[in-house]
Design a protein around this ligand. Structure first.
Ligand code: EPU
Length: 338
């Protein structure tokens, strides 16, 4: 379907009321292939938008927004230890997680309730509660926006890193992901090392995938504002990675500073803590604010413009830099009007 001059309010979780010149949606992969083949060499500005849960629009988008609506979850392979599940890029992420948990397939349960669509998962290597989606991705199929050619990327070719992949770097804006294959285990080993997961599990008594999902959902609901109720895009900044010397110096000065060792072996600081220490938690400027539940989340109380949220975030960034000497890097992608 092609829509002209359309509001993107329901296509971005900050709920910013901006418009796109054109929105093109695809329910079938072959239609997307045909569209990009027929428009090969086109100079139109394009943006692939899944759930819009990681974008901050600074104004109307003058170009074509591509929105995959490709459905379908299928069991592609079943072995004793693992299964391969394929999902269309347009499936709501949490629908996939719910189904895999219901079938008893392990790997995605810690990633419950993350907003967005399946197609966005490999782009950002989404992660939560000690798990990153890279550990389950078998391969990714994508279509070149420039000529409609189809390419499959192995896990290695995706170049995953913390909230990072080749689709955010060398291939940024070049591909539309249409389908993702996940390798999930039939003999789940639960990941309970993050925060109070283990403690919560002990309270429930039974170690199961569905209990992990339950705990993660409850934790998210208690800490993160629901974008359906209050516009936001999850963590606005990445958690900063620092060398040992910086971590030790900061820890000496601020003994309560949380420092984690991530799965890549890096020291990671909690950006939310740094922001809270600068006094920003719960602060509001007009309709742009810093969540009172989680200082790493910026919110739209109703009529904020993208620019209001960006300006507030820059003030926050400046004060964190002045107090701690740490320059926060945005996780959210800013989309300029031109
Ligand atoms: N903290 C504070 N004050 C705050 C927020 C956090 O002191 O206002 C402290 C907490 O006490 C805790 C630490 O910071 O010691 C970490 O907080 P939390 O567990 O809430 O997670 P996070 O590091 O702020 C990351 C991800 C989230 C993910 C959670 C849970 C990033 C940028 N964010 O947040 O992902 O849900 O861990 O695993 O890595 C997202 O990417 O959009 C996102 C929500």
């Amino acid at each position: 379907m092609i829509y002209e001059n359309i509001s993107l309010k329901k296509y971005n979780t900050f709920c910013l009321n901006i418009k796109a010149d054109r929105l093109v949606t695809f329910k079938l992969e072959e239609n997307a292939i045909r569209y990009f083949r027929n428009n090969s060499g086109s100079a139109e500005r394009r943006l692939v938008l899944g759930g819009g849960s990681n974008l901050l629009f600074l104004g109307d988008f003058h170009g074509t927004v591509i929105h995959p609506e490709i459905e379908g979850i299928s069991l592609e392979e079943k072995k004793e230890d693992y299964v391969i599940i394929a999902s269309g890029a347009g499936i709501e992420w949490d629908r996939l997680v719910e189904q895999t948990v219901n079938y008893g397939f392990g790997g995605l349960e810690n990633l419950s309730l993350i907003p967005g669509q399946v197609g966005a998962a490999p782009v950002q290597n989404l992660g939560a509660y000690g798990v990153e989606v890279k550990d389950t991705i078998e391969k990714v199929r994508a279509i070149s926006l420039s000529d409609g050619s189809v390419r499959e990327f192995s896990n290695e070719e995706c170049g995953f890193g913390y909230r990072d992949s080749i689709f955010k770097k060398d291939l940024k804006g070049k591909y539309l992901i249409t389908k993702v294959w996940f390798r999930l285990t039939t003999k789940p080993k639960l990941s309970l090392d993050y925060g109070s997961l283990k403690e919560e599990m002990n309270k429930l008594g039974v170690n199961s995938l569905s209990n992990v999902r339950k705990i993660v959902i409850n934790t998210r609901l208690s800490k993160l504002p629901d974008p359906r109720v209050l516009g936001n895009a999850g963590s606005f900044f990445k958690n900063p990675i620092v060398d040992n010397v910086t971590a030790e110096n900061l820890k000496r000065k601020y003994p309560r500073l949380p420092v984690f060792r991530d799965s890549y072996g890096n020291n990671k600081l909690a950006a939310g803590w740094l922001i809270e220490q600068c006094g920003w938690k719960g602060k509001r400027k007009g309709d742009a604010g810093v969540s009172d539940k989680q200082a790493l989340v910026f919110v739209n109380y109703g009529n904020a413009k993208g620019r209001d949220i960006l300006d507030l975030s820059e003030e926050v960034r400046k004060s964190v830099f002045e107090k701690f000497g740490i320059d926060l890097e945005r996780e959210v992608e800013v989309v300029n009007p031109i």
